[in-house]
Design a protein around this ligand. Structure first.
Ligand SMILES: [Zn+2]
Length: 577
């Protein structure tokens, strides 16, 4: 069998990381000075009969995938995952890492797992007080969360938000785990932020300001603020002026420097002007960016102007619950939290992650939240542009323009190519894969069809529509402009030299088909239409149809256990046009 293609990604990543930056221990967390007693009335404890401790399921351990090192003189960041079976278990896992065995938390903040709008201030309050943050169901405490509360053995549990955020049942259950249980805040993100800041801070020199209308900005701002043991101020960034309650708080705390998170569309220039008037013209910086990923990267660039080598936390920026679950862990370790597209790292984020300040990447959440491919710091490519090797083409995503013709179509250099053409990168990979099949003893594979033009696809579809009807034609043939074959990245393969099967339909019953299904990813190919995936792909099982996406993606798709490209990309199913 031929060796898998060289891992170019490693070479790219390695080129910018110096040998000296390898394996640096995490910055120890400095002990937090004793906090003043909070000026918040303690809620009366609900009169609850002593209930038996709930049966507690052990929290799932994270799937840790250490990255192997390919080159002797340099190192790509190692990769770990902080994850549980669901958001609550992920929050617990982060807490276990934030509070290693034998340590306890003086206070734990409980935040709704279904909406973290009121929660950012809990991250900064916990970071300041040396406490913990856990997600809970809004109507009760999950067993994994309960077990962690038991382990942390806090003197006080703070429910973040009023009963519309966390039900009375949560307060009742919490009394089993701490002598004091109280609520701070309301259903309002801004009001709760203010209350949490009053609860945890008596003074601060720096503060971060985020809008309540952007969960991604809020979680990143809170984590950065927490890392600096500073407060985060959540407000409605569309307001023309800084609310007086926030101004009073900043004055009371003695804040002299403020980081505004997001562009002027997120936090208005009027608010920024008021902040300058309050803390001085040079005391305010704005972390702007074209999108949530760039904003997060900018927050971290400002927060860590000279980063000591260590861990960077990386979370899905589309749905930020897992980012929230890991935000306090990052803050306690004084390390940055970056947001990413689930399956790749945006250009605005990648330079920081491949820089000397990052020796380890910790993914927050499971593979379904943030993929190994992002953890391996693969740069994003378009999934819309027809010439992109990652392009998604299905019944909901046409080739654009519809009559697109790929450049550099060539006949793969392999036996039984039958004059069929592919894009040169896919052709090279296919020739290696065909040689791999033969070398492995699985036999020769040949090409049935590869590149098909718009007009060819149009004629094919019309032929089968006339012969078999609409339902059959739409299950087995895509309409012109909707076929992956038009991208030059897709091939239908045949087994060669088998008496029981000479056409593509039965290739899965041959050694060739079995070998291709198992090994195609090594060469950068996906078995695109697997059995039983019609509701997602819109296509029947096609064991002969292989789509080239490049080795890094195909390997991560395989390693992550994915079965449809749509789900891997986090894109909607495409059962129909
Ligand atoms: Zn095909």
């Amino acid at each position: 069998m031929t060796a898998p293609p060289a891992r170019r990604r490693r070479v790219l990543a390695a080129a910018v990381v110096s040998a000296a930056s390898v394996a640096v221990a995490l910055t120890p967390v400095a002990p937090v000075a004793a906090a003043p007693q909070p000026a918040v009335a303690t809620a009366p404890r609900p009169a609850v009969a002593a209930a038996p401790r709930p049966a507690v399921a052990a929290a799932a351990r994270p799937a840790v995938a250490p990255q192997t090192q390919a080159l002797p003189t340099v190192a790509a960041p190692t990769l770990t995952r902080v994850a549980g079976t669901d958001r609550y278990a992920t929050s617990v896992r982060a807490s276990q890492l934030a509070f290693p065995s034998g340590t306890t938390a003086p206070v734990v903040f409980l935040v709704s797992g279904t909406a973290q709008g009121t929660g950012p201030g809990a991250i900064t309050a916990a970071a300041r007080l040396g406490g913990g943050v856990l997600l809970t169901r809004p109507d009760g405490i999950p067993s994994s969360t309960a077990a962690e509360l038991d382990r942390l053995n806090p003197g006080r549990i703070v429910l973040v938000g009023d009963t519309s955020v966390l039900a009375t049942a949560v307060a009742r259950a919490a009394t089993r785990y701490a002598p004091t249980v109280q609520r701070v805040g309301t259903a309002s993100a801004a009001v709760t932020s203010q209350a949490l800041n009053r609860f945890a801070f008596s003074s601060a020199t720096a503060a971060w300001v985020v809008t309540s209308r952007s969960a991604p900005n809020a979680v990143v701002g809170a984590s950065a603020a927490g890392a600096h043991r500073a407060p985060v101020i959540v407000l409605d960034g569309r307001l023309a002026d800084l609310p007086s309650a926030n101004a009073t708080l900043l004055r009371d705390l003695g804040v002299t420097s403020v980081t505004v998170v997001g562009s002027t569309a997120a936090v208005s220039s009027g608010i920024e002007a008021d902040l300058r008037a309050l803390v001085g013209p040079t005391g305010v910086v704005r972390a702007s960016g074209a999108d949530r990923y760039a904003v997060a990267a900018r927050v971290n660039a400002l927060g860590w102007p000279a980063m000591v080598p260590g861990t960077a936390y990386l979370a899905d920026g589309r749905a930020t619950t897992n980012a929230f679950a890991g935000a306090l862990l990052a803050a306690r370790r004084k390390r940055p939290l970056y947001l990413t597209v689930p399956f790749c790292v945006p250009a605005s984020v990648r330079p920081a992650l491949v820089g000397a300040g990052v020796t380890r990447v910790a993914l927050l959440g499971r593979e379904t939240s943030v993929r190994l491919l992002a953890g391996r710091l693969e740069a994003c490519r378009s999934i819309d542009a027809a010439p992109s090797v990652w392009v998604l083409v299905n019944k909901r995503n046409a080739v654009s323009p519809k009559t697109f013709v790929p450049s550099n179509l060539v006949v793969p250099s392999m036996p039984y190519a039958d004059g069929q053409r592919l894009r040169s990168d896919a052709a090279g990979a296919l020739a290696r894969m065909a040689a791999g099949s033969y070398a492995a003893g699985a036999g020769r594979v040949g090409i049935d069809t590869a590149y098909r033009s718009y007009d060819t696809q149009k004629a094919l579809y019309a032929k089968y529509l006339a012969l078999k009807g609409r339902t059959w034609a739409d299950t087995w043939y895509l309409r012109a402009g909707f076929s992956e074959h038009q991208t030059g990245l897709t091939v239908d393969l045949l087994p060669i030299g088998r008496s029981n099967c000479t056409i593509n339909d039965c290739i899965d019953e041959t050694p060739q088909g079995v070998w291709l299904a198992r090994n195609g990813w090594r060469y950068g190919f996906l078995l695109r239409y697997e059995k039983g995936r019609t509701p997602t792909t819109g296509m029947g099982f096609e064991p002969w149809h292989f789509r080239f996406v490049g080795t890094p993606l195909a390997k991560a798709y395989h390693d992550g256990g994915w079965h449809t490209y749509e789900q891997f990309l986090g894109e909607p199913a495409a059962p129909t046009y």
